[in-house]
Design a protein around this ligand. Structure first.
Ligand code: 5AD
Ligand code: SF4
Length: 480
């Protein structure tokens, strides 16, 4: 029989929308109950992460807690004592994948309840999802939210000691927590959170509800983390936030993203990246810093979402197509060789074919180096989900394919132009398709495969491009 389920706190989208509370900085770190450490020491964990970089960074923090308790990472879900599914809610297909995996987990549940299955992340910030999971999937022992990750040890302790199922999901954050443990996924490239949450409330997006109010870490704490990574020999850091350009606005101590980026650049890590930029807060000062420092990568992810000003207005994006193009011009005037990538949503409710064509037109004007394209997915509780939509899903798919094709023309041209030139590549690992090849990324984030040996992993090498494909390049190592 399934254990009794205790509901401690359930998320509430209205509470998440109307968050008013201020938050404080907490330097206490994580508390580990003795009984739990004794029980878990020597056991194994496995975290399966879906979604964006913020979730991967959360995985690192959770892994840090498990390792602190003497646990090690299992080779897979099937042989882990504690399993965590770290979920994403940004589109419905992300959620479907998670439900599939939750179903899979059932066959690994042991009758003696010795294995613990947890679900966390953005998906469970939604009450209807929790109701569904607790009702349908009684083999899930613990559900916790994005704002109470650091209570994981105490929650696990209760689940194990009291033999209960537990749901504890706070609606909105009250703290910025520092001094968290961390087991980094890579030994040469790292994410650094600079801010959490989002206040933009684009009408289609669930993130402001699941990740809470926009709140910036203090500059000193970010710089300390960057310096530590530099000391450890990291080759690349990515400054992370849903909207990095808004960094510091809430702190009211004069901190801005431009200042932060400059200070991080000065630390001297070979590659500094940042993600994601909202066109609204992109100032000239930021662009000047990108231009000034060689180690700030000349690559900007600048989501446009649509090329139609009317759709952008309905999306609540706070800019129109003209403003976006002006921003691109300003960036290119200061950083002529900049590479730009974007996110685009096709089939926002009632988007006309003409409005869709405006997106294709904008893409042709900007000439993106890469693009992430999505079909609009209604998200429960967002304003756009209430709009009655007159576009069929078949038409949305046709538009989606048309856009991808148009984008590929421009992207291929850029890749072709790289043939014959030599680029610096940070080597990530052995190619997934061919064990003789190594794979890595150029400064402008192009994927390159080349013949080499695994001793190069984590190093920046020079590779001459010999062949181009749309989404990757083939090259040969240049001996310097
Ligand atoms: N439907 C489709 N795509 C979405 N995105 C965010 N919300 C939705 C949604 N409801 C996309 C946006 C965003 C990216 C991370 O995901 O393009 O930039
Ligand atoms: Fe979502 Fe818009 Fe915030 Fe990006 S800026 S996370 S799309 S609400």
């Amino acid at each position: 029989m399934a254990n009794k389920c205790e509901f401690r706190e359930l998320p509430d989208l209205n509470k998440a929308r109307n968050r008013t509370q201020s938050f404080s900085f907490d330097y206490e770190g994580v508390t580990y109950p003795d009984s739990l450490v004794k029980y878990l020491n020597g056991k194994t964990y496995f975290i399966h992460t879906y979604g964006c970089q913020a979730n991967y960074r959360d995985e690192e923090v959770m892994a840090g807690m498990f390792e602190h308790m003497g646990m090690s990472k299992a080779s897979g879900i099937e042989n882990a004592d504690v399993v965590v599914l770290n979920t994403c809610a940004v589109r419905e297909n992300a959620e479907q994948k998670v439900f599939g995996m939750i179903g899979e987990l059932k066959k690994y549940k042991t009758t003696d309840n010795s294995r613990v299955f947890c679900v966390c992340g953005c998906m469970v910030q939604q009450k209807h999802i929790i109701e569904f999971i607790t009702e349908k999937f009684k083999h899930i022992d613990l559900i916790f939210g994005t704002h109470n990750i650091t209570s994981l040890p105490s929650m696990l302790d209760e689940v194990i000691r009291k033999r209960i199922r537990l749901v504890d999901v706070e609606s909105s954050p009250t703290k910025i927590e520092e001094n968290l443990p961390s087991k980094r996924l890579s030994s040469f490239k790292a994410f650094i959170n600079i801010s959490y949450g989002c206040d933009k409330f684009c009408t289609y997006c669930i993130v402001p509800y699941t990740r809470g109010k926009e709140r910036s870490r203090l500059m000193k704490d970010i710089l300390e983390e960057a310096q530590e990574l530099k000391n450890l020999g990291y080759q690349e850091v990515t400054l992370l936030g849903q909207n990095v350009n808004a960094y510091g606005k809430d702190l009211k101590d004069g901190s801005t993203f431009a200042k932060l980026l400059e200070e991080v650049a000065k630390i001297g890590i070979p590659r500094v990246r940042f993600l994601t930029s909202h066109p609204w807060d992109f100032t000239e000062e930021i662009v000047d810093v990108i231009a000034k420092y060689d180690n700030v990568m000349k690559y900007i992810h600048l989501p446009v979402q649509s090329g139609s000003s009317e759709i952008l207005r309905l999306m609540g994006r706070r800019y129109d197509a003209e403003k976006y193009l002006k921003l691109v011009d300003m960036i290119r005037s200061k950083v002529p060789d900049v590479a730009l990538s974007t996110d685009i949503i096709v089939g926002f409710p009632n988007e006309t074919y003409e409005q869709f064509l405006e997106t294709v037109e904008l893409c042709k004007k900007v000439q993106y180096d890469s693009a992430f394209t999505f079909i609009y997915s209604p998200r429960n509780g967002t304003p756009a989900a209430k709009i009655k939509d007159n576009v069929s899903s078949k038409d949305k798919s046709i538009r989606f394919r048309e856009l991808v094709k148009a984008l590929e023309v421009g992207i291929s041209e850029k890749s072709n132009a790289m043939v014959g030139n030599t680029y610096k590549v940070l080597v990530e690992g052995v190619s997934e398709k061919n064990p003789e090849m190594m794979s890595g990324y150029t400064e402008k984030n192009k994927l390159v495969h080349f013949k080499g040996d695994p001793s190069l992993v984590g190093k920046i090498v020079s590779v001459k491009i010999t062949e181009s494909h749309t989404y990757s390049l083939i090259g040969e190592l240049v001996n310097e």
